[in-house]
Design a protein around this ligand. Structure first.
Ligand SMILES: Cc1ncc(COP(=O)(O)O)c(C=O)c1O
Length: 390
């Protein structure tokens, strides 16, 4: 057996780093926005993960996933290649057909993550003669996708549909195709888009809507199947949130699927997911449709959180939200980190969201609520927060 060499004190060969990059790190250190990896402390009460329904530790998923794997003969653990080469296997095709059926859509295309899905989809569709209009609070994966596309782009103020309509009217004749991108539940503020209204606006102007449903499925709606009733060009749904798993799917027409297979680079130039990953995601879907108790418990916890935050007169610091994401704006990277640290010392895991992830001055504590949080935990964390904010 080859021994792994121990680290020595001698200068390692890879210890070189450009001073220009070091400067950027130093700048982060000095403005309090330096990011560090920390191991999640499992003893703390979870108000930070996206595991809204507790699926990440639901043992039934493991059992269902194993039984799915056992339904297939000759399955390898690893995909061995990209979907277009050696990595397309019956389990993955059957899962996509299941998803299309379950969500009542024409096609489902899986990708390795929500980040990959937004990046691949948006960068591939935006052509030079096109325009992309996107909500100012869209996720980094959407903005990165826009950055990689050839289209021109403008953001519209957060949920300002009048502004969106004005832009659509102004640019309608100038651009061949206009895409509008938004999220159903915004990841940092937790508030919601009126999907019906924005779909109607897009339809009126002949624009194509892309909707990111990452934080909506399993939280504001048990399955989000109802979005199939709307005329939406593309929907992105991730498996890393309520499903407690990893990966994502893009819903749309069969032509959209053909287009992604041909042009979405994050689909083409990457190894397909492992069979275990697909089976896990499938199992999480099977569980989701029977998880009405978890879904209702989460709704109860959201309502209880809002009730107690108003009891402690905290409504003014919280951004109005009826979803599992409740953000308390404090302002200042150091201030928000400090309050998060003090809550941690009381046994609660509530993460600080720093600028530049959110705008300067809007640094916040983001509470993620779960079906498994108890009334006691919710009461106690808000009581502690109110004392710290006094
Ligand atoms: C709105 C939104 N879209 C996409 C993503 C990316 O999803 P994933 O974590 O699967 O890459 C996230 C994750 O933070 C998100 O909040």
């Amino acid at each position: 057996m080859t021994k792994i060499p121990k680290k020595t004190n001698q200068i390692l060969k890879n210890k070189i780093f450009p001073s220009t990059l070091k400067l950027k790190l130093d700048e982060r250190l000095s403005n309090g926005s330096f990011r560090e990896l920390t191991i999640k402390n499992a003893d703390l009460v979870d108000f930070s993960s996206n595991d809204y329904l507790g699926f990440a530790s639901n043992e039934n998923i493991e059992k269902l996933a194993t039984s799915k794997i056992n339904d297939y003969k000759d399955l390898k653990f690893g995909a061995t290649g990209s979907r277009l080469l050696s990595g397309n296997f019956p389990l993955i095709e059957d899962f996509e057909n299941y998803l299309a059926d379950f969500y009542q859509v024409e096609s489902a295309t899986t990708l390795n993550s929500g980040y990959d899905a937004n990046l691949g989809l948006i960068s591939a569709i935006g052509q030079r003669q096109d325009l992309i209009l996107y909500d100012a609070l869209c996720h980094a994966s959407i903005r990165d996708g826009i950055g990689l596309s050839k289209a021109k782009s403008f953001k519209f103020p957060h949920k300002d549909f009048e502004n969106l309509k004005a832009k659509l009217a102004k640019f309608q004749s100038e651009f061949k195709t206009i895409y509008v991108i938004t999220e159903q539940v915004f990841s940092m503020d937790g508030d919601q888009t009126d999907v019906k209204e924005i779909t109607e606006i897009c339809n009126d102007f002949g624009a194509y809507l892309i909707l990111d449903e990452a934080h909506a499925v399993g939280t504001i709606s048990q399955t989000n199947v109802e979005n199939s009733n709307y005329n939406i060009f593309a929907r992105v749904l991730t498996f890393g949130k309520s499903f407690g798993a990893h990966g994502a799917v893009i819903f749309g027409s069969s032509e959209l699927k053909d287009y992604l297979i041909n042009f979405a680079k994050s689909f083409i130039y990457t190894t397909a997911p492992s069979s275990r990953n697909i089976a896990h995601n499938w199992a999480a879907h099977l569980l989701l449709k029977d998880s009405i108790d978890e879904f209702e418990q989460l709704q109860f916890n959201i309502a209880y959180f809002k009730e107690i935050s108003s009891k402690f007169n905290l409504e003014n610091c919280f951004i109005e939200s009826y979803s599992a994401i409740q953000s308390c704006v404090i302002g200042g990277n150091n201030q928000v980190k400090n309050i998060s640290k003090q809550l941690e010392m009381k046994g609660f895991d509530v993460r600080p969201i720093l600028s530049p992830t959110v705008p300067n001055g809007e640094e916040r504590l983001r509470f993620c609520l779960h079906s498994f949080n108890t009334k006691n935990e919710i009461y106690s964390v808000l009581e502690n927060l109110s004392k710290l904010l006094l």
